[in-house]
Design a protein around this ligand. Structure first.
Ligand SMILES: Cc1cc2nc3c(=O)[nH]c(=O)nc-3n(C[C@H](O)[C@H](O)[C@H](O)COP(=O)(O)OP(=O)(O)OC[C@H]3O[C@@H](n4cnc5c(N)ncnc54)[C@H](O)[C@@H]3O)c2cc1C
Length: 388
């Protein structure tokens, strides 16, 4: 029956498609339907992401997620090739660098220790050592930086497209319709209802609707502390090129920047009201970003904004981390959202582990229980000190 599946996934972005791919690749033989309301992914968060991947976290669960995913991204182009065509993702291991003032250094020393305890190859660089990485850097107000050379950035759209194509090849059915609501009966999920009223039924529904996911959950009386939060990115060109390609560099002010091709992109954690808005303001670059860039790298005194865009974080207001697993007292309803700005770098591991949880009832590759839904009621939050 066309409207009966074994697993329904709401949202065919990088998270939903990674889960669909992993389920089928791991041997699930049932029928998977993925519902995606935006066939061109015009407003999805994945293609609007900065594509940074890093391992410089302070909680074991985030470090494990990133470490595992990094290994997958390294071989993504060949492992996800279809009919000999490589799944190129523009994977650049150019490093990830958090710049530090004198005051920040003791904290970064603690982060370094936690990272080393978790097998992350990070380094604390002092003063002039930073110039080996970015020769043009103004280090007058800097004492050093925390650096991980294995990290860097990639093209988020291509990763998503790789998972979508492979999931389809393995048999996932993508249906380009908007889900209006979840169908539940007592303590069980039964399926979904589309905007036009048609129903699709399945004993398992996975909510991967990103910045829209909590709206769907709220409607069914299954709330989670996640809101859509607009974040802008600006692409600019510099009159004078830099000597080296940049790592994804985070300034102490919270402004980040990296190369994008031969140009650059930059953004920052703007204080802004939550909501669904794709407004983009040039003034945010002129007033907040450019003064920081021009001070940090003299070549950036003369830059030209070429374009910009706004994407939505699925922002977890309680502890800024992903929420993963089955919803308590609603059998068959799984969630994978709340990534708050670091979902790209976790997508491979999340897909693998959710596949295990849904198929076998337990995690095998990584223990992602710390990210369970119940943590809010249990007041057992994941306090990650390296989120900006
Ligand atoms: C500006 C910006 C910068 C970022 N930078 C980074 C970074 O450097 N590194 C990093 O790791 N992460 C970053 N992120 C976060 C990362 O992009 C997200 O965590 C990740 O893309 C989330 O993927 P997703 O599949 O959950 O969401 P999405 O890509 O948004 O996919 C969800 C899909 O669900 C669909 N959908 C929603 N509601 C419905 C419905 N009712 N019915 C059917 N379909 C529906 C949507 O159309 C969408 O396609 C950034 C995000 C933004 C916005």
């Amino acid at each position: 029956m066309a409207n009966q599946a074994d697993i329904i996934i709401v949202g065919g972005g990088v998270i939903g498609s990674s889960i669909a791919y992993h389920l089928l690749n791991d041997g699930f033989t049932g029928k998977i339907q993925v519902f995606e309301k935006d066939g061109l992914y015009e407003f999805a968060s994945t293609p609007r992401s900065a594509g940074g991947f890093r391992q410089l976290y302070t909680t074991a669960v985030n470090m494990q997620l990133s470490k595992y995913s990094l290994q997958i991204y390294k071989n993504f182009s060949t492992d996800m090739a279809i009919d000999g065509e490589a799944a190129e993702i523009d994977f650049k291991q150019r490093g990830y660098l958090f710049l530090a003032t004198e005051k920040m250094m003791p904290q970064f020393e603690k982060h370094l220790k936690l990272q080393h305890d978790n097998g992350i190859n990070s380094q604390l660089l002092e003063g002039e050592k930073l110039l080996d990485i970015i020769p043009e850097l103004n280090i007058d107000d800097l004492a050093g930086g925390l650096f991980c050379s294995e990290s860097g950035y990639l093209d988020p759209y291509s990763v998503m497209a790789g998972y979508v194509k492979y999931a389809k090849k393995l048999g996932a059915e993508y249906i380009y319709e908007e889900v209006e609501s979840l169908i539940t009966e007592q303590d069980y999920v039964k399926g979904i209802r589309l905007v036009d009223g048609r129903e699709h039924h399945a004993p398992v529904v996975v909510n991967c609707a990103g910045a829209w996911a909590s709206i769907l959950g709220d409607k069914a009386g299954l709330p989670l502390p996640v809101v859509p939060l607009p974040r802008q990115i600006f692409q600019f060109d510099s009159k004078e090129p830099l000597k080296n390609y940049l790592p994804l560099t985070m300034d102490p002010t919270g402004v980040y920047f990296r190369h994008e091709g031969e140009k650059f992109i930059s953004g920052y954690a703007e204080e802004i009201e939550p909501g669904i808005s794709f407004k983009w303001r040039r003034s945010a670059f002129e007033d907040h970003i450019w003064p920081v860039l021009a001070n940090r790298i003299k070549n950036f005194e003369h830059v030209k904004i070429e374009r910009g865009w706004t994407g939505l974080y699925d922002f977890n207001t309680k502890d800024h981390n992903a929420i993963l697993g089955e919803y308590p007292a609603m059998k068959g309803y799984y969630v994978a959202f709340g990534f708050s700005g670091h979902g790209m770098q976790q997508a491979p591991a999340v897909g693998k582990c959710l596949s295990e949880l849904i198929r076998t009832g337990k995690y095998e590759t990584l223990d992602l229980k710390p990210l369970r839904v119940e943590r809010f009621a249990e007041n057992d939050l994941i306090i990650e000190n390296a989120i900006y």
